[in-house]
Design a protein around this ligand. Sequence first.
Ligand SMILES: Nc1ncnc2c1ncn2[C@@H]1O[C@H](COP(=O)(O)OP(=O)(O)OP(=O)(O)O)[C@@H](O)[C@H]1O
Length: 546
Amino acid sequence: MSKFVKEKELQWKKVELDEIDHMNMDLDGFYMLEEIDGVDVVKLDQAGGLKTIGFEMKNIKAKKKKSKAAWSVTETTEIEAPLHVESEDQEENEIIKEKDADELEENKIIESNDEIDITNSSWQGYDLNEKLTKQLIKGGYIEPTMIQQTVLSYLSNNPYANILVGSETGSGKTLAFVLPLINLLSTNQTGLIIAPTRELATQISQVVSIFTKATLLIGGISLEKQRRLLSHLDETKVVIATPGRFWDLLCESEELKEFLIKVQILVVDEADRLFYKTKKINEEFEKILKYLLEVVLNKNKKLRFWLFSATIQLADFDSDSCFGKFVQDGKLKFKQIGSKAATIKDRLSVFKVECLEERKGCFLYKYLHEKTGRIIVFFNSIKLIEKYILVLKKLFKSRKIYSLHAKQKQKDRLSALEKNRFEKNEDAILICSDVAARGLDIANVDVVVHFHVPRNIDVYLHRTGRTARLDKVGESIVFVSPKEHSAFDKLAKMFEIQVGLKVQKHSIEMNNIKKFQKEFNLAFDSVKETESKKYSKSSISEMELE
Ligand SMILES: Nc1ncnc2c1ncn2[C@@H]1O[C@H](COP(=O)(O)OP(=O)(O)OP(=O)(O)O)[C@@H](O)[C@H]1O
C-alpha cells in the first residue's frame, strides 16, 4: 500500500557516520546525512495543465483498511493509492504481528528497567525521579560525583535559583546540569543549553539523549536540515545550541520562538567563555540573552539561569562587565555553588621544557618519539597546525594523527567516529587549537602538550583539563621559549595558587639530538607550501569561536 504525504511529514533518518566512513568517499555535504526509504517523487497533474510534485510512500501498513479508486491532490496528508493493496487478512495479520513486536519490545525495556533496584542507590536523596535514576544506573553511573551531589542537593531545596557553578575540569559538570534540568522540567516545559563550540554542543546533546529527546542546532550543518528539525520541536524537551546558529534560526522560526517561550531553564556551559570576564561578550549570545530577558522573562517569570564552567567565580565579574550588567539589568540574583576543589592535583603532573623557539619542533618530535599513549598537542596558530599535521605524519608513519581547529570544514573536524578511534588507540596524537580546550570529554588522554604558552590562565587550565579527568592520571607539559618565559612564570604562579601544583622543570635528553634535528628538518622542509595549502580551504564563515 502507498500514500501521499506532505514534505514536512517525510520520515528522514540520520545516517550513522560509521556507514558513511566505510563508503570511503569525500564527505563534503555528507556530514549529518539523512535518508528516506521507500519514497517516490512523482509528478501530479493539476487543473489547468499545472504539474506539482508529490511524495508517495510505498509499503505503508494501513492502520484501517481503506480502498480508494483514484488519487486526489486536494487532501495532501492521507491519500491512498490504488496500487499494491494487500488482502484484508494479510494486512490484519501484519498489524497484529507489528503490534506484538512493539509490545514485546516495550515490555523488554520495562522489564530491564524494572530489574534495576534503586532502593539503596547513591542517587537517592536528590529527588530524582525513578526513571532517571534507573537510566543512570543502567548507563553505568553508579554514584554522583562531588559536583553532582552539590548541585543536585542545592537545587532540590532551591529549584528556582539562578546558579553559577564552578568546578574543576573533568569533575562531571555535564550531568550536574543535565540531570536536574530534565528532572525539574514538567510536561510542556522546555530547557535550552548554550555551549560555545559545535563539538561541545554535540557532546552535551549525546548525554541529554540518554534521558530524553534532544535537538541539536549548530553551525557547519545545512540550514535546511536544521529547519526540518524545527518542525518537530514540539516533541523536544531540550535544545542544545551554539549561539550563532541558534540566533540565525530564532530570527526566522516561529517554532523556535514558541519553544523559547516555554523555556524554564537556560544552561550556559563554559559560561565565562561566552560572557568573557571583561566587558566583551559574544555578539549572538548577547542577542539571545536580550531576547530572553526582554521577551521571554516577561511572559515566563520562572525562567532561571544556570551558568557552568571550570573557571568561573562571581568575583571574576565586576559590575562593569557584561555579566555584571546582565545581573543588574535583569535584577537577577545568582548563588555561587561548587568550588575549584583541587582534587586533580593528586592525579596530575605539570612540567615545562625550556628551549629556543626554533628548536621546539625537534624537541616535540623527540618528546613524542619517547612518549607513548594518547597525546593532545595544542598550538596557538592554525597555520602551524596545518603544517605540523603533515610533518608529524611523515615522522610517525605507524601512529594515527588527528587534527581539530575551527577553520576546518565541518567534514574535516574531529568526527564522533574519529574521537572514538582516538580514545581506543593507545598511541594516537591529536593536534589542535583551543577549539578543543574547553569541555571536550575525550577519554583516557595521557598527556597534554602545549607547543606554545597558553594565552591566559583559563586556557592553561582548560587545555590541561583534557587529561587527568574524573579519576584518571595525566601529565601536562609546556614548551617555553625565552620570549615566553615571563608570561609563563606568571601562569605557573596562578596555576599553583588555583590548583595547588608546582610546575616542574623537565629536560629533554640531549643524547642523539642531532639525529632528531636532522630527521625533523628533512620532514619539515619536504612539506611544501602547496601541500599545506589544501588544508586551509575552509571559509571564515564556518568558524565558531576559536
Ligand atoms: N557520576 C558519574 N559516574 C561515572 N562517570 C561519570 C559521572 N559523571 C560524569 N562521569 C564521566 O566523567 C567524565 C567527565 O565528565 P564531564 O565531561 O561532565 O566533565 P566536566 O566537569 O564537564 O569537564 P570540563 O570542565 O572539561 O568540561 C565523562 O567521561 C563522564 O561520562
